[in-house]
Structures are given as C-alpha cells and as structure tokens.
Design a protein around this ligand. Structure first.
Ligand code: FPP
Length: 233
C-alpha cells in the first residue's frame, strides 16, 4: 500500500460529539486530544513524513470567548504534556498560522518545543495549523513578495514554485490526502493553494471518535484513486 507523504486533517465534530452526551463543547475538544495522539503515533509508525492538523482557524477567533480561552489553554497544556512523546518518537513540531494573535505564553511553549523537537525529529513533521486560514496565507505571501519587489526596486520574476516559497507552508510538500471528519464536505478556507491536486476523503466519524483504523480506511481509499494532475492516463 502506498503511504501518502503528507496527510492533512480537518478535525471536525468536537462540539457535536460533546452535545450528543449533554456536555459542553470544550469536553469534545479535550476528547479530541486522544484522537490526535492516536493518529500522530500511527502516522509516524507507518512512515508518513508530514501530518498537518487544522487545529484553529482565523474564523474560530469569533467563537464565544470562553471556548476560545479553553481551546488555547488546552493547546498549551497539550504541548507541555505531549513533549516527551514527540521527542521519544522523533517527531518535530511546527506551528503555522497568524501566530501574532496567540498569547505570549503559548508562543513561548510553541517555540521551545519547535526548537527542541527539531533536533533529532527526523521521522515525521507534525504541523499544527493554528490561527490559520488559506486566504490569510495567500495574502501574507503577496505582501512579502511585494515587499521584496520594493526592496529590489523592480518587479521580481515569480512562478508557482516561487510563490509557494512565500506561503506559510514553504518547504512542506502539498498534501497528498486531506481527511475531513464529521460529514462536512467543504474546504472551509483551509490550504487553498496547497490543495490544488490533493485527494479529499470525507468520513461521518466525529473527531473525538476518530482512530488509526479510520485513517487506515482513508489511506486504503486513497490507494484506489488515480491521480492524473489534469493529464490523461
Ligand atoms: C472542530 O470541531 C475542532 C476544533 C475547532 C478544535 C480542534 C482542536 C483539538 C482537537 C485540540 C487538540 C489539538 C492539537 C493539535 C493538540 P468543532 O468545534 O467545529 O465541532 P462542531 O462542528 O461539532 O461544532
């Protein structure tokens, strides 16, 4: 079976999972951490090189303040709690997004773990997309390209590969497989540029219930696809 080099996941359905049990939404986010742990270790085991997880979108800042606060606290707590597991498994952490909106304490924890896990973290990259949106990414790329042009005093030549280098995901190959849980079938302003030829897989399973067996199914489905990149066979 071909293992996708880069798997990306839109982890959806935490709120519904909690509501089904008469609990608050944060209960679902907490339960989602177990799914993250299971899927991450599984991906490292089978030889996935890049696993990116959509943890918080730019739009998510508009959720009720207590949910945003709870999610940020959960992320900070998880970074600290999972440190040893990441290092032991040679997984390097990378956080991508409009991180200027994150708290200094969360940013400190992120930078510490990014630095620590970069040493020896050659088995797999775990990329957490935080305060991320696809349109934000394209816009920040355009701004930085424009700044480079102004600094050079001329219009610099640019092609698709060159533009990819300005995106926040620079250096990371485009996702081969994008999984979205909870039955929603849309891109929700995720990696708009990077998913041009990504294979999409949707499952009704809610994120806190998602386990390695569900991902195995997605990979098996991916193996039946024929990627033509707009060409003929
Ligand atoms: C979507 O469910 C999920 C989120 C916005 C948060 C995902 C975050 C985690 C699982 C926390 C841990 C993550 C890492 C990387 C350590 P939703 O709230 O949109 O659910 P709903 O659509 O049912 O309301």
């Amino acid at each position: 079976m071909e293992i996708p080099q880069h798997i990306s996941i839109i982890m959806d359905g935490n709120g519904r999972w909690a509501r089904q049990q008469g609990k608050r939404r944060l209960f679902g986010h907490n339960a989602g951490v177990e799914a993250v742990r299971d899927v991450t270790t599984y991906c490292a085991e089978i030889g996935v090189k890049y696993l990116s997880l959509f943890a918080f979108s730019e739009e998510n800042w508009d959720r009720p303040a207590d949910e945003v606060k709870g999610l940020m606290e959960l992320l900070l707590k998880t970074m600290i709690a999972e440190r040893d597991t990441l290092l032991k498994n040679h997984i390097r952490l990378q956080v991508i997004g409009n991180t200027v909106r994150l708290s200094p304490s969360l940013m400190d924890a992120i930078h510490d773990l990014e630095r620590e896990s970069a040493v020896g973290g050659d088995r797999m990259a775990m990329i957490v997309m935080l305060s991320y949106s696809g349109k934000w990414d394209i816009l920040q790329a355009v701004r930085r390209y424009t700044a480079d042009c102004l600094a050079a005093g001329k219009e610099l030549p640019i092609d698709e590969a060159g533009f990819s280098g300005y995106l926040a995901t620079a250096g990371i190959p485009d996702p081969d497989l994008l999984v979205r849980t909870s039955g929603e079938q849309r891109i929700s302003n995720y990696m708009l540029w990077q998913t041009a030829y990504t294979e999409f897989y949707y499952t009704p399973v809610l994120w806190p219930d998602f386990r390695r067996s569900d991902l195995e199914q997605a990979i098996s489905d991916f193996n039946k696809r024929q990627r033509r990149y707009g060409k003929v066979e």
